[in-house]
Design a protein around this ligand. Structure first.
Ligand code: ADP
Ligand code: MG
Length: 731
């Protein structure tokens, strides 16, 4: 049987040795990246200066300069053995996309061998055959035109695949009519919006700052499964998760024995992808801890958000590719195994100035602490106002299995700030006056805030692991993001709601100042208003508890568990106003991408339904029938021998139970197919997603339940699919 051949193969696998180009990481870090330092070596001084300042200021690069940069990139890439180049972009399918072109142009006039070329035009803009990428109706297929356009703020890099080397140019992807069709374009807009909104406030404290950026440090969780076992699970191959499988009797603790130390094969895999990541300039420091058996995590140092997003997209590719080299498969699905921890991707998010200040880092003086408090409170108010949009931004079919399940945040967005900061917020809320401020009282309050905040730094252990959105000392950690997600979406939302909030904040302050209030007085009074309004979203208790779900409802916080309903939050008037008034997405763009998210949901559930039906009918039921036949034969033999009826009772009952389960599975698989047919008739993506969610998906649990029960009684030798204990056993 395939299962046993696969097990044999997995057990006898040799580890693959990893060679290092040098003992020191610093010798090869970012060698495959066209960094500013590299660019400097290939460009004339004045051109380099022009490019550098354009990048730093988020400005356009003119054609002539682009030609020079293209020539420099080509020279560098060819020295590094790259034969082709590609615009690298992030369509809404969730994966990254490329279309490779060769540098080489043959000489068709017979004059010579031909030459390698790469012009500024080719660097700046390309027209991939984009008809197969989702556009939510923006781009009719007959138009089939979309453009990729160079993003100079993220450096080009060389992707090594086997002996192949390709120069990859990070780009945005837009339709012929200018609408964003990707994740990066709105992210870049949100970064600029945040800069614009935050700078005037920062400058009240720091007159040297000229730019504010958002920073992101992601933590990527993943599972590893042996390749042979992976291929014997059609559900893993097609949907990335197991649609059936009895979880090990004792759950995660059971496997401490196997998984306490990192198996050598996995360790070799880690060294290998770390090396690739380092060459690509991704500053990873792997964490070797695993929560569930077979589960691992890696995290880099945080970076400017646009770069961090690109690096996360890249690392997901690298993980999958390097895993294959080690005869492993890397699972990025949010819930590959039921009953066992899922995988998330914590997004640590903050804001920083070009003067090197982290705006969510408490300071050492009353003034810097007031700056910190201002940004801190504005984040809380922004999330309070737009928690629903943030919820929509983390919604996916995969994440639905994780949110609210084992050790994952619930679908309710709340904020944890810890004891010290709660106290600071209380002080501001209670001590700032309603009317015109009293300067002496304000000065005292500022001193008291300053006295409380240093304790926060000393006691950074005040953490609440159950919160979906937690302040962790110098940044907020968004914990509800799914492991396979593109971080761009939640980060775009964070930047946008923050920009929106900071603009409103500044306006309220200015209004008070116009009425004769002092600057400090105005700041404190608006902070107080924000705190009082946003209070209901602050929660310090156990987010996993039943009590919280009830309490949250009383507070008016939404608890939307299923993706098609969470996506509705992108369609509200409030959401439309948020994205359009801040210039991040037009109404058309927002509608189009929401439609794509509904479609993605339908596709995922459809695939899972098909594969579940197929496995149940073609693998589980036949195994059950075969085993049942053995039992029947045995029973008949025993009867012939004259064994008493009473002694046959339990075996007879087992035959009956198996029969019942088989019919229940068959009936439900048929009913699920009918439900799917009904859903498929619907044209509207939103309605279709909801019918898939409410009428197709519920069959999954029933079918699975009976399959898993059969797994528990059928002869192990006859069970066709690798079991959980085998899949999770990576040596
Ligand atoms: P842990 O949460 O495991 O205790 P750390 O507190 O060191 O670990 O940081 C967790 C993550 O937060 C890291 O990935 C790091 O890059 C990121 N991080 C730290 N500072 C910032 C920041 N200012 N902005 C964004 N991310 C940050
Ligand atoms: Mg974390």
């Amino acid at each position: 049987m395939e299962r046993f051949t696969a097990l044999d193969e997995a057990i006898n696998r040799e580890k693959i040795d990893v060679k290092f180009p040098s003992a020191r990481i610093s010798d090869y870090f970012a060698t495959n990246v066209f960094t500013l330092d590299t660019m400097k070596r290939y460009l004339a001084k004045d051109i380099f200066k022009r490019v550098k300042s354009a990048i730093a200021g988020g400005k356009k690069i003119d054609r002539e300069t682009a030609n020079q940069v293209a020539a420099a990139m080509k020279a560098w890439a060819i020295e590094k053995n790259a034969k082709s180049f590609t615009h690298w972009f992030q369509p809404l399918t969730g994966a990254t996309a490329e279309k490779h072109d060769s540098f080489f142009v043959p000489d068709i006039n017979g004059g010579g061998n031909g030459i390698e070329t790469f012009s500024g035009d080719e660097l700046v803009q390309q027209e991939p055959d984009a008809s197969s990428f989702p556009s939510g109706g923006i781009r009719q297929t007959f138009e089939a035109r979309g453009y990729t356009a160079w993003d100079p703020s993220s450096p080009a890099f060389i992707m090594e695949i086997g002996e192949g080397r390709t120069l990859c140019i990070p780009t945005i992807f837009v339709s012929y009519t200018g609408e964003a069709l990707d994740y990066k374009a709105p992210l870049l807009k949100s970064i600029n919006q945040l800069d614009e909104a935050a700078l005037p406030i920062v400058r009240m404290f720091d007159r040297h700052a000229t730019r504010v950026t958002s920073t992101l440090g992601w933590e990527q969780e993943y599972f590893l499964v042996d390749e042979a076992l992976f291929f014997s699970r059609p559900d893993l191959v097609l949907s990335g998760r197991t649609v059936i499988g009895q979880s090990p009797a004792k759950g995660q603790q059971l496997d401490d024995h196997y998984f306490g130390a990192i198996p050598e094969r996995v360790y070799a895999f880690m060294l290998d992808f770390e090396q690739e990541a380092h060459k690509l300039g991704i500053p990873v420091r792997t964490r070797h801890n695993e929560v569930a058996p077979g589960q691992f995590e890696l995290a880099p140092m945080f970076e400017e958000a646009n770069i961090a997003v690109d690096h996360n997209q890249l690392i997901m590719d690298v993980l999958k590719r390097v895993a294959q080299r080690h005869k492993l498969r890397c699972l990025l699905h949010e819930k590959p195994f039921a009953g066992i921890n899922g995988s998330g991707k914590h997004n640590n998010w903050s804001m920083a100035t070009d003067t090197g200040k982290n705006l969510l880092s408490p300071g050492s003086t009353p003034k810097t602490n007031l700056l910190f408090l201002t940004f801190f409170v504005n984040v809380i108010k922004a999330v309070y106002d737009h928690a629903d949009v943030l919820r929509a931004a983390i919604a996916s079919a995969g994440n639905d299995h994780r949110l609210g399940a084992n050790e994952a945040p619930p679908a309710i967005i709340s904020i944890f700030v810890g004891e010290h900061l709660s106290q600071v917020l209380d002080e501001v809320a209670s001590r700032v006056k309603h009317g015109k401020s009293d300067e002496k009282a304000n000065a005292d309050l500022k001193m008291d805030i300053h006295k409380i905040i240093p304790d926060l730094l000393k006691d950074n252990t005040d953490r609440n692991r159950t919160s979906p959105f937690a302040f962790t000392g110098n940044k907020f950690e968004i914990r509800a993001v799914g492991s396979s997600a593109n971080c761009a979406l939640p980060i775009t939302v964070m930047n946008t709601i923050m920009a929106n909030q900071l603009k409103a904040f500044k306006k309220e302050m200015d209004d008070l100042i116009k009425d004769g209030e002092s600057k400090d007085g105005a700041l404190l009074r608006v902070l107080r208003r924000c705190i009082n309004t946003a209070k209901p979203i602050l929660f310090e208790g156990d987010n996993y508890s039943e009590a919280w779900a009830k309490e949250a409802e009383k507070r008016g916080l939404n608890n939307v568990k299923a993706t098609p309903y969470a996506l509705d939050f992108f369609e509200t008037k409030k959401a439309k106003k948020l994205f359009t008034s801040n210039g991040v997405l037009s109404e058309k763009e927002l509608e189009a991408r929401t439609e794509i998210y509904y479609e993605n949901y339908v596709l995922k559930i459809q695939i899972e339904a098909r594969i579940l039906g197929e496995i149940a009918m073609t693998q589980v039921v036949p195994a059950a029938v075969a085993y049942q036949n053995n039992l029947i034969e045995n029973l008949l033999g025993l009867k012939e021998l004259g064994v008493k009826k009473a002694a046959l009772a339990s075996q007879t009952a087992l035959v009956e139970t198996i029969s019942e389960r088989i019919s229940t599975i068959q009936e439900n698989v048929h009913a699920m197919i009918e439900a799917r047919k009904k859903a498929n008739k619907l044209e509207d993506a939103e309605k279709k997603a909801k019918v898939y969610c409410d009428e197709v998906k519920p069959y999954f649990d029933t079918i699975r339940y009976h399959c898993d029960k059969l797994e528990l009684v059928i002869d192990n030798e006859m069970w066709p699919l690798p079991k959980y204990r085998e899949l999770l056993f990576v040596r």
